[in-house]
Design a protein around this ligand. Structure first.
Ligand SMILES: [Zn+2]
Length: 336
């Protein structure tokens, strides 16, 4: 039997372990040897669900967990609280997920692996509790403003996202994320808290969880457009895997503008330059969620310069070469 076929154990606790206080992400297996569901009785129901550490190298949620443990060690939270602690092995190793594992935020739909079965059980426990709301806490690998992702355009989901940050993203693909699964039975948001270790992101996430616990109900009306600016994804930008590239300079086959990462969530007009190329075929490609090639719709070649053909908003631009090669350079968005 392979390691991956063994059932995964879910530990259940009704308190935060004392060992969590003062622990760091690398210590986590001494605190949570397995994925764990902590259920805390609070002063009101239904519970707020908080999901942490689906990605082991995104540590903001660890510090939120630690802050909650310190605050609610000897007094009940203002609302029942259920906290799922996800990929503890990857957290200990400081990676998104380990070789042989699955991405813990791509397993919340039908599937037969032990990872799918584990989170299926967690989601069924949650569904039975009719949560007040669900918050899943993540980080970006590039420099981005803080934003919340929603999967339903209901007033409660939009108000939840607006409580976190004035910037939101609506998506339905990938369909295998925690927040898509939970949005089928409660208001749900994924919060992106900047880079791991960003102190402002940690503080904002802790404050957001606190304020959501203390909220009695969500407004019936959606938030106004000046409270939260909402985008949706048009496509992702890929770099030809054969093409060498750099940010800045002019000596590589593809030279992306050096300030591209700072343009995250900036609405760019048509004709904005993106890169200089010394390559017969343009090495930037845009594909939509179904794999359709949209390059000609978004980019045009102007001599050695690649420019936007139409207005677009880049998001999640990263300079991390591994992320660029495994995932993409960035997404192109437009306001909803
Ligand atoms: Zn993540």
């Amino acid at each position: 039997m392979t390691r991956a076929a063994e059932p995964l154990k879910l530990d259940r606790l009704d308190h935060f372990p004392d060992k969590l206080l003062g622990a760091e992400p690398c210590d986590i297996l001494g605190v949570f040897p397995n994925p764990t569901l902590i259920t805390l009785a609070g002063e009101a129901g239904p519970p707020l669900w908080v999901t942490t550490l689906l990605h082991g190298n995104e540590t903001t949620s660890f510090y939120v967990l630690r802050a909650l443990a310190a605050k609610y060690r000897d007094r009940p939270p203002p609302r029942n609280l259920s906290v799922f602690v996800g990929n503890v092995e990857a957290t200990a190793a400081g990676v998104r997920y380990l070789p042989g594992q699955q991405d813990f935020n791509r397993i919340w739909a039908d599937g037969h692996s032990p990872y799918h079965r584990l989170v299926h059980d967690v989601a069924e426990i949650a569904r039975a509790e009719c949560p007040f709301a669900s918050i899943d806490i993540h980080n970006n690998s590039g420099t981005n403003p803080h934003y919340g992702c929603v999967n339903a355009l209901r007033p409660a989901d939009l108000n939840l996202a607006a409580m976190f940050a004035p910037l939101g993203v609506y998506y339905r693909n990938p369909a295998t994320t925690q927040s898509i699964a939970f949005s089928s039975f409660c208001p749900a948001v994924t919060v992106e808290c900047g880079r791991s270790g960003d102190e402002a992101g940690i503080a904002r996430a802790i404050d957001f969880v606190e304020r959501t616990m203390r909220l009695d109900r969500f407004p019936d009306a959606p938030p106004s457009a000046d409270t939260v600016r909402l985008y949706h994804t048009l496509g992702s930008v890929l770099i030809d895997p054969e093409c060498d590239f750099a940010f800045g300079g002019d000596t590589m086959p593809l030279n992306l503008r050096s300030d591209l990462e700072r343009l995250n969530f900036t609405d760019l007009p048509a004709d904005t330059p993106w890169a200089n190329v010394h390559h017969p075929v343009s090495p930037l490609r845009v594909v939509d969620e179904h794999g359709n090639d949209l390059t000609a719709q978004f980019f045009r070649r102007d001599g050695d310069t690649i420019r936007l053909r139409c207005p677009a908003t880049p998001a999640m631009v990263t300079q991390d070469r591994t992320v660029i090669r495994q995932d993409c350079l960035c997404y192109l968005m437009e306001p909803l």
